[in-house]
Design a protein around this ligand. Structure first.
Ligand SMILES: [Zn+2]
Length: 292
């Protein structure tokens, strides 16, 4: 799908978003060409978006950044691969966490690197809906811990685990103090939507603040329309004909509610909300680096 001119300029104004890959893309070695196509026309301050993505760097780049002391901290994005109603791609939570992390890291370049994201989360509650993948809690936590330990071995002493999936949030928060002690480094974990307050986000949320992050409703659909509209698929969707056969009537009601809320989504709301999250994460990283 071609990006419209306005979408493209939003993504470039953020700094990097067109090159923000999902974990699936990262693993497939895919990349999109829009970011690199702009490099030759960009000003001196332009930083190629791959430079803050660990998996897109060479060992030479990472080694030199560490040895020079320029690179001080890492962000580990965590997400999910799970159903996102009829119209959003399964990778949404991973892709959104990566996008926020990458753009925050670009604000702080060259101090922050974004690790390869954890693309599957704790999603047993969505297993009735087709396509969802889930990890057992202990598997997920073990993977995140091992990534943090790997980063520590390379000399990084400040890590923010930036989460994009609700089901990961509690388990991560329950472990972080233990991990901090075990690894002897500074580790924090936040879901990126902790950036939102009544003051900064309610003007964009017709469905109400309680619907952040929600699930494929106004918030997430707006985010996707702004950041990766190619992952929103309204074509052929007729919710009145959807038969999910969910066991719980409440689940079915909630699913319909999220769908109806998603119809309130706009790219403009998404742009505003993404900027808030990126600035919040950048500020958090600045504080963490100052304290290290
Ligand atoms: Zn989601």
């Amino acid at each position: 799908m071609m990006l419209s001119r306005s979408r493209r300029s939003f993504l470039f104004s953020l700094g990097a978003a067109t090159a923000a890959p999902t974990a699936a893309m990262a693993m497939a070695g895919e990349g999109r060409s829009e970011g690199s196509a702009q490099v030759t026309h960009a000003g001196e301050k332009y930083i190629h978006p791959r430079k803050v993505l660990l998996w897109q760097c060479t060992r030479k780049e990472i080694r030199e950044a560490l040895e020079s002391g320029r690179l001080k901290a890492a962000i580990v994005p965590t997400g999910s691969t799970e159903q996102h109603n009829e119209h959003l791609a399964m990778i949404h939570d991973t892709a959104s966490a990566v996008l926020v992390a990458q753009n925050a890291a670009l604000q702080l370049y060259p101090q922050v690197i974004v690790s390869t994201p954890v693309p599957v989360g704790i999603s047993p509650h969505w297993m009735e809906r087709k396509g969802t993948l889930t990890l057992r809690q202990e598997t997920f936590l073990a993977v995140v811990f091992d990534i943090c330990e790997s980063l520590k071995i390379h000399g990084l002493k400040t890590i923010l685990i930036l989460n994009g999936h609700g089901g990961n949030n509690g388990p991560l928060k329950s472990q972080v103090a233990r991990w901090r002690e075990k690894l002897g480094i500074q580790i924090e974990t936040h879901s990126y939507w902790e950036a939102y307050t009544k003051e900064n986000a309610s003007p964009y949320m017709q469905s109400g603040m309680a619907m952040i992050p929600g699930h494929s409703g106004e918030f997430e659909t707006s985010f996707a329309l702004a950041a990766f509209p190619e992952r929103v698929h309204r074509e052929g969707v007729d919710y009145s004909k959807v038969r999910l056969n969910l066991k719980s009537p409440k689940d079915a009601d909630d699913d319909r509610m999220y769908y109806n809320d998603s119809l309130l989504a706009t790219a403009e709301k998404g742009e505003a909300l993404i900027r808030i999250a990126v600035d919040w994460v950048a500020k958090k990283m600045r504080q963490m680096i100052r304290q290290s």
